[in-house]
Design a protein around this ligand. Structure first.
Ligand code: FAD
Length: 316
């Protein structure tokens, strides 16, 4: 039997969880899903035989350590062959907790798994998808996550009943050290992850105040401001604005990279953008050479000039 962790936000299923369920079915074992703090409907369509709904008064919102502890207790109860999740931020985070609690090795972001022996042969993505690694997994219970979007979510040929079983874990204060304490929603509901336009700034912006023209440009284009890790490290912008491997992975219609060199860890977070415009003083910067369009120049005068031109054309 394979336990598949579903990730959701207050009951709204992360659709990529269905990719994990689809991949788990390929391994030819009975599929049990685990949903913490919420029951998810219609899982039978994806071949789920049992849905373990984890209930606890402290689990009304996301808590990676408590979700991990609950899964670890389900492992003891049911002795699955493997525990899987899709390699989303939450999937990888919770599974890493499961690994730490159980002492089992956890392999993240797998794209292919060969299970024909006790030792699994695995191919997995590293460095934000920029390279593939071959790995072996030798453990009594396998903990793996499946790379997000590497496999399509496909309903099972024969749907199942998806019996619901509730489970109440024993949780201590220590299990709840990481939990959601606040949620900030922007006035118009546009987030970095969903905005059609992202105007992003890097070290070349020079200061927190230097972001004001980028804010103005983003607003004119109906987008939001993003940034590189140098910017968050310097404390110029919050981490929630960071684009990249250790920030948010985005795919907007337009990405404007102002004073960002295009290091691989940044690139993998925005390379799926439909159109990329680089503004940079260095014509050889990777962001400039890879972009669809580039302005080689100082963003200080260039960004306000773009803002001015848009305003002129719109008669603002
Ligand atoms: C494990 C790991 C994870 C990481 N994760 C991330 C991540 O998620 N996101 C991320 O961004 N980085 C990440 N990094 C850091 C990454 O390697 C780079 O250091 C970082 O992206 C560089 O940021 P930057 O482009 O702003 O700065 P720099 O590389 O210093 O580039 C600044 C650019 O600005 C240009 N410039 C300077 N002045 C001007 C001006 N006046 N006008 C126009 N252009 C100008 C320069 O020519 C240069 O190209 C990670 C690194 C590691 C090791």
């Amino acid at each position: 039997m394979i336990l598949v962790l579903l990730t959701h936000d207050r009951g709204a299923l992360d659709e990529s969880s269905l990719q994990g369920l689809t991949y788990a079915r390929r391994l030819g074992e009975e599929i049990h899903a685990v949903s913490v703090g919420a029951e998810i409907a219609e899982l039978g369509e994806y071949g789920v035989v049992v849905q373990h709904v984890v209930e606890h008064e402290a689990l009304d919102d996301y808590s990676p350590s408590a979700w991990g502890e609950a899964l670890a207790q389900l492992i003891v109860l049911h002795s699955p062959t493997a525990v899987m999740s899709t390699g989303t931020e939450r999937g990888n985070e919770v599974m890493a907790h499961v690994g730490a609690i159980t002492g089992l090795p956890m392999v993240a972001n797998c794209v292919a798994i060969e299970t024909s022996g006790d030792v699994w042969q695995i191919s997995r993505t590293r460095w934000g998808g920029s390279l593939l690694e071959d790995a072996t997994l030798d453990a009594p219970i396998k903990l793996v996550t499946i790379t997000e979007h590497a496999h399509e979510a496909v309903p099972a040929e024969t749907p199942s009943e998806a019996r619901v079983e509730t489970f109440t874990p024993e949780l201590s204060e220590a299990d709840l050290v990481t939990k959601v304490v606040d949620r900030v929603v922007t006035a118009d509901g546009v987030t970095l992850a969903t905005a059609p336009v992202v105007v992003s700034g890097g070290r070349g912006v020079g200061s927190p105040e230097g972001f004001a023209p980028l804010e103005e440009l983003a607003e004119l284009l109906g987008g939001v401001v993003g940034c590189s890790r140098v910017v968050t490290n310097n404390g110029w912008r919050p981490h929630s604005d960071q684009v990249g491997q250790t920030g948010t992975v985005i795919a907007p219609e337009l990405y404007v990279a102002c004073g960002i060199s295009g290091a691989i860890q940044h690139w993998v977070g925005m390379m799926a953008s439909k159109t990329i415009l680089a503004i940079n003083t260095d014509a050889e910067a990777p962001m400039v050479t890879k972009a669809d369009y580039a302005i080689v120049g100082d963003l200080g005068p260039v960004v306000p000039a773009i803002v001015e031109e848009i305003k002129n054309r719109r008669g603002i």
